[in-house]
Design a protein around this ligand. Sequence first.
Ligand code: C5P
Length: 231
Amino acid sequence: MDARDRLIVALDVSSIAEAEVMVQRIGDAVSFYKIGYQLAFAGGLPFAHDLIGMGKKVFVDLKLHDIGNTVAKGVESVAKLGATFLTVHAYPQTMHAAVDARKGSGLRILAVTVLTSYDDADIAAAGYDLTVPELVTERAAQARDIGVDGLVCSGEEAARLRAIASAGMVLVIPGIRPAGAERGDQKRIMTPTAAIGAGADYLVVGRPVIAASDPKAAAEAIVAEIAGAAR
Ligand code: C5P
C-alpha cells in the first residue's frame, strides 16, 4: 500500500466551512479523512459524499451499537454513501449485523474493542469481571471469528492484536504523535514509525495535522515517516 493511503486525517472541526478550508489547504497530501461525532452531526455526512466525489476515502467513525436490525439499516445507508470504513462497538450481535449488512458494498467494518478511555475500574463498573487486556483479547477474537474487517486499537495493543487478528484484518491506530508534537489529551501515544513497526495498517492523526500552522506540510512529513518505516 502507498504510504499516502495509510494516513487517515481526523476532520475534528465543528463546521463544514472549517472542514472545507482544511481539505483545501491539505490538498493532495491526504487521500483519507475520518468524520466523527462532531462533524457528522454538523452536516458531515453530506460533506462525506462531497469528499468521495473528489476522489477521497472516508472513514465514518460513529461507533454504532443498537439492536441488530437497526445496526444493519444504518450500515446499509453508510455503504450507499460510499464510505470505506465504519466503526461499531465490538458486541457480537452488533458485529454480526454490521458484517452481514455491508456485503456487496465497498464498506469495511472496524470494531472498537474497549474504548481507550476505559480502565479496569470502568470495566468493573460496567459489570465485567475481566481486566481491560482480557476483554480486548476476547472481543478481538470474536471480531475475527465473525468476519469483521479490522480493529481500531491503541499502539500499545497493536502487536498483541496483530497476533489475534486474521491476516486480512486491518489495524487502525489513533493516538499518533510525530516526534516533538504536542500530546494533547492523549495518554498513550506512539510515533508513526513505532505504530507501523507494531503492525498498524492505517494511522489516524488529528491535531498534529489540523492544528499545525501548515497542515499540508505536517501531513507530508507523516507520510514520509510512514514510507521510511514501511521499508
Ligand atoms: O487529535 P488526535 O490525533 O488526538 O485525534 C485522534 C482521533 O482518533 C480523534 O478523532 C479521536 O476521537 C480518535 N480516537 C482516539 N482514540 C481512540 C479511538 C479514536 O483518539 N481510542
